[in-house]
Design a protein around this ligand. Structure first.
Ligand code: NAP
Length: 245
């Protein structure tokens, strides 16, 4: 892998992330929020309804490397239904590495959406860690699952993502949150100025149809600046930050 920007050199995912400590110095009342997405050259975020065929093994390594450095992972219910998540770290060595960094061994998986979830997905059936469901559903309970599911209710038709983030910080101590999508949850975070960083893998593929990484109106154009650009083969790995106002 090569770093093209800021200072060109040979590098690796591990080297790029070695000093990345997003849990240090979070905003006062919410977690620091980074988003991670993979896109095709024609701006599609799914192939055959899922994201897995977009990126290479290096993209997976970047995703796993990022996950290691966040208190929690967040997804929308649409992503949970499409991707059927499992335990974030099946590998005990990775859980140990997190403990050495002083962050929880198993990052909780935060899901935003209804109780219409794939309750037979490995995240719920295999145990390890916990899931936090932030829902606008006023009633209904999740079924009994191996993995504990904590329900945070935000009745009122739709979860306000700002309130949700404040609760994650105040009630669950989450200082750094990696949001892995999907596109509809992404738009709400950007619309409310709650996305601090965007890690974007640009895969050298054309697909022709499918969602983009952001679906939904924004009240204004969001301006980002490039923090780094990495290259492996024909795949690019960009890290953007929100440009300070
Ligand atoms: N390329 C990538 O990096 C990447 C990453 C993630 C996902 N994806 C792809 O994106 C697709 C899924 O797209 P998506 O837009 O449906 O995903 P999404 O944003 O994860 O899920 C949308 C769903 O989340 C719930 N939700 C979101 N905001 C809410 C709010 N404020 N209040 C209450 N519920 C809320 C709703 O669930 P309910 O319907 O339950 O109410 C909504 O239907 C899949 O094909 C997936 O593979 C790609």
């Amino acid at each position: 892998m090569r770093r093209l920007l800021p200072d060109p050199a040979a590098t690796s995912v591990a080297e790029q992330l070695a000093d990345y400590r997003p849990w240090d110095d979070p905003p006062a009342d919410r977690p620091r929020v980074a988003l991670n997405f993979a896109t095709t050259l024609d701006g599609r975020a799914a192939i055959d309804g899922r994201s897995g065929k977009i990126g290479s093994d290096t993209d997976t390594a970047m995703l796993v490397g990022l996950r290691e450095r966040f208190d929690a992972v967040m997804i929308g219910a649409g992503t949970m239904r499409a991707e059927r998540y499992g335990r974030i770290f099946g590998d005990p060595a990775r859980r140990e590495r997190r403990a050495e960094l002083g962050i929880p061994r198993d990052p909780p998986v935060v899901i935003v959406g209804s109780l219409d979830l794939p309750w037979d997905a490995p995240l719920f059936t295999e145990g390890g860690g916990e899931a936090l469901l932030i829902t606008a559903d006023a009633d209904g309970e999740p079924p009994a699952t191996q993995t504990p599911v904590v329900v945070l209710r935000e009745p009122g038709g739709r979860v306000d993502v700002g309130t949700a983030l404040r609760r994650l910080r105040a009630e669950h101590g989450i200082r750094a949150l990696l949001c892995e999508g999907g596109p509809h949850l992404h738009s709400q975070l950007q619309a409310k100025d709650l996305a601090d960083e965007l890690f974007l893998t640009i895969a050298p593929k054309l697909v022709g149809a499918g969602p983009s990484i952001l679906e939904g109106a924004l009240p204004a154009v969001v301006e980002l600046e490039l923090a780094w650009l990495l290259q492996e083969g024909s795949e690019l790995f960009a890290r953007y930050r929100r440009r300070p106002a």
